[in-house]
Design a binder for this molecule. Structure first.
Ligand code: DQA
Length: 147
């Protein structure tokens, strides 16, 4: 099984960026933990972080027929990007939306997502643990599908 992890704009700044909101772990640390967690259940994890909307869209297109599931923290594109929504709809790969922070406990503009209604599920407010929960949920969904 193959799972694609996508992280959007400013997530390369994790560790330095508003640590009271996003925690002290770097993205590299989060990704290496997640890669281990994935390997332990025979899942190959691919990862891309980009600050550019078109690179995330291209990665979603390339995932078609290649990846079984997508875990995505779209960063601020969550609240702005119809294009990311359309890309995810166009490849029809199931996905989970992840946010480190509880987007519902912050500025009002973070409460709306262009992706949540088409996601399998949304995890927010648990910091880096949210990625682990998302991976676990994706693996569990994929294994019930194939049995
Ligand atoms: C975020 C929440 C977004 O509102 C914000 O723009 C981010 C990070 C999160 O992980 O909590 O960049 O997606």
């Amino acid at each position: 099984l193959k799972i694609l992890l996508l992280n959007g704009p400013n997530l390369n700044m994790l560790g330095k960026r508003e640590p009271q909101i996003y925690g002290s772990q770097t993205l590299a640390q989060i990704v290496s933990q997640l890669t281990e967690q994935a390997a332990s259940v025979n899942v190959e994890l691919c990862h891309l972080q980009s600050n550019a909307e078109h690179e995330l869209i291209d990665a979603i297109h390339q995932a078609m027929g290649e990846q079984d599931y997508i875990l995505i923290n779209p960063g601020a594109f969550t609240h702005t990007s119809i294009a990311l929504r359309d890309a995810l709809l166009s490849v029809a790969i199931p996905f989970i939306e992840v946010h480190l922070s509880n987007v519902h406990a912050r500025e009002a503009f973070r409460a709306h997502s262009y992706l949540s209604d088409i996601a399998k599920g949304v995890i927010c407010g648990f910091g880096a643990m949210g990625y682990q929960f998302a991976l676990q949920a994706a693996v569990s969904q994929l294994s019930t599908k194939s049995t």
